[in-house]
Design a protein around this ligand. Structure first.
Ligand code: E4P
Length: 212
């Protein structure tokens, strides 16, 4: 499983990129709005920083509008992936983007049929939202497992991005259940490295070393 970061904050992206594990970035309208910057300008900064896929979401609700917006976004840099919501209009737009060789990430996936439809329309990635399902008492991880099984059984090459990650256990379980990628907020990403026994071990090694 690869690691993406789920943020539009350039400092967080730079910090994560320095770790040498960053395979891509996902943004969404809420994350961009939090930054209070020009969307296109921020995408230029992110794509200059990160060579992997950078998801940029369209906000139009009709296919025509999505296609127009997506083409503009894709023109910013070759590693832009157009993020499209899971709707009937979204599927039409995904098919067009696929014909144009523009990569897509179909977002707001909450059941396996949505993921299969997106894949058949030509999506490069599908993003099932784990945390938001867990929030309403459903099991987000079962959804990841179902999509992974369906894609494997039918030889579908669309990659599964485990999204709406809330904590480190989501990351481990997403990897076990077959997600190809987890897109992770910076606070969760940086907490993955931590273990109290690691900290204690370092402290003890240093204390012993300094006794000499
Ligand atoms: C994925 O691409 C989305 O940006 C994101 O994971 C949504 O997560 P949230 O439920 O924490 O808003």
């Amino acid at each position: 499983m690869k690691f993406f970061i789920d943020t539009a904050n350039i400092e967080e992206i730079r910090n994560a990129n320095e770790l040498g594990i960053l395979a891509g970035v996902t943004t969404n309208p809420s994350l961009v709005a939090k930054e209070g910057v020009s969307f296109h300008e921020r995408l230029r900064e992110i794509t200059a920083e990160v060579s992997g896929s950078v998801s940029a979401e369209v906000i139009s609700e009709d296919a025509e509008g999505m296609i127009e917006e997506g083409k503009e976004l894709a023109a910013i840099a070759p590693n832009i992936t157009v993020k499209v919501p899971m709707t009937l209009e979204g599927l039409k737009a995904v098919k067009t983007f696929s014909d144009l060789n523009i990569k897509t990430n179909v977002t707001l996936i909450f059941n396996a049929n949505q993921a299969l439809l997106a894949a058949r329309a030509g999506a490069t990635y599908v993003s099932p939202f784990l945390g938001r399902l867990d929030d309403i008492g459903h099991d987000g991880m079962t959804l990841i497992a179902s999509i992974a099984e369906i894609f494997e059984r039918h030889n579908i090459s669309t990659e599964i991005i485990a999204a709406s990650i809330r904590h480190p256990l989501h990351v481990t379980d997403a990897a076990i259940h077959g997600a190809h990628i987890a897109t992770i907020p910076y606070n969760v990403l940086s907490s993955l490295v931590k273990h109290p026994l690691t900290d204690q071990g370092i402290e003890k090694f240093l204390a012993d070393w300094n006794k000499n």
